[in-house]
Design a protein around this ligand. Structure first.
Ligand SMILES: [Zn+2]
Ligand SMILES: [Zn+2]
Length: 357
């Protein structure tokens, strides 16, 4: 089958013929019908995260189960599923505490699976490698969704939407009438904007370095669009009675934007880091600032969500018309157009590209 393969940090991406093993006991083979291009995939190829190569990219996807291994009881062939890049073990200390997003066994950046056409050992991103025609995954990594849910929408539920909605509802717990700033308007950031608006936040200040994101922000429900520049802190205060926002959510994963989020929050406000950054990118805060500002700084891993519980709930919300992630999709392409989607994302253009293999 064909898959988008990274050969090394900074090297061009290419669609290659690769081979996956047949599903073993407890595993399923899924034909990928839609896969989003997420910023974490870019982190695997631009050197932000260390990864083994060759590596099949992609971790935000939906598809159809085509084959199941022995002992699979979770789904049958024909089932429509969303892929879960961090299936919890349900046995470790964190899972037992009801924090499956912190599962000790979930979410390793890459897993050995399959071979290239030249016989090299192949790896797949976050246990999935979903920018491909097919994946073979443990049954715990698939979540059944109604067949009437469009695949492109379903794909986004697996990462951008689950993360964005979870960050607002479960991590930050934004309440009606609270003020929110969202920094970084990629797929996740726009999903955070939409979730904040749906939670009744007002104002919802959407912030990005690119003025081209203003229209996308408005479509997602932002009340204001602000440019991320030296005047940002003042612009935020101008719209919040001089105080700063109740909640600042950072959706980039860089020290400089985490600091901007910190400065955008009011005294006693909440700063939630949603973006995943690099090991050597340091955020500097003075000891006096930490004490005096009385702010809370925390991160939101996978939206503090339990995908088995929350993905079906999000699917129902889409089908009921309470949630419309379609606005996040700015491009659709085949596998051969996926590499260009990474270039667009690196330049900060558009929101989500959905690949339809
Ligand atoms: Zn993602
Ligand atoms: Zn666990």
């Amino acid at each position: 089958m064909r898959a988008l393969v990274a050969r090394g940090a900074g090297q061009p991406l290419a669609v290659e013929d690769v081979e996956l093993p047949a599903p073993g006991p407890g595993e399923v083979r899924v034909r990928v019908r839609a896969a989003g291009v997420c910023h974490s995939d870019l982190s695997m190829v631009n050197g932000t995260l260390a990864a083994p190569y060759p590596l099949v990219l992609g971790h935000e996807a939906a598809g159809e189960v085509v084959e199941v291994g022995a002992g699979v009881d979770r789904v049958r062939p024909g089932a429509h599923v969303v892929l879960n890049w961090a299936p919890p073990c349900r046995r470790c200390w964190y899972c037992g505490r009801g924090e499956p997003w912190l599962c000790e066994r979930a979410g390793s950046p890459a897993t050995a699976r399959g071979r290239t056409s030249a016989g090299e050992a192949l790896h797949v991103t976050l246990g999935l490698g979903a920018l491909a025609e097919e994946v073979v995954v443990p049954q715990e990594a698939v979540i059944g969704v109604p067949a009437e849910l469009p695949f492109a929408t379903a794909a986004l539920l697996g990462c951008a939407v689950l993360t964005g909605v979870g960050a607002v509802r479960r991590t930050a717990r934004v309440a009606p009438g609270e003020s929110v700033a969202v920094i970084g308007l990629g797929g996740v950031g726009l999903s955070v904007v939409a979730a904040a608006r749906a939670a009744g936040a007002d104002p919802v200040l959407a912030v990005d370095v690119s003025p081209a994101k203003a229209a996308l922000a408005a479509a997602a429900g932002a009340t204001d669009f602000l440019l991320a520049d030296d005047a940002l802190s003042r612009a935020v205060r101008d719209r919040t009675g001089g105080r700063g926002v109740d909640h600042a959510l950072e959706c980039v994963g860089r020290g400089v934007t985490i600091r901007a989020a910190w400065r955008a929050a009011r005294r006693g406000g909440q700063v939630t880091v949603v973006g995943m950054g690099a090991r050597d990118d340091v955020v500097q805060l003075s000891a006096l600032d930490i004490f005096h500002s009385a702010r809370t700084l925390r991160s939101s891993v996978y939206g503090s969500s339990d995908p088995d519980r929350d993905v079906p709930e999000l699917a129902r919300a889409v089908l009921d018309g309470r949630l419309d992630p379609a606005a996040l999709i700015t491009d659709r392409t085949g596998l051969d157009g996926a590499a260009a989607a990474f270039d667009r994302m690196a330049r900060g253009e558009g929101a989500r590209t959905v690949v339809l293999p």
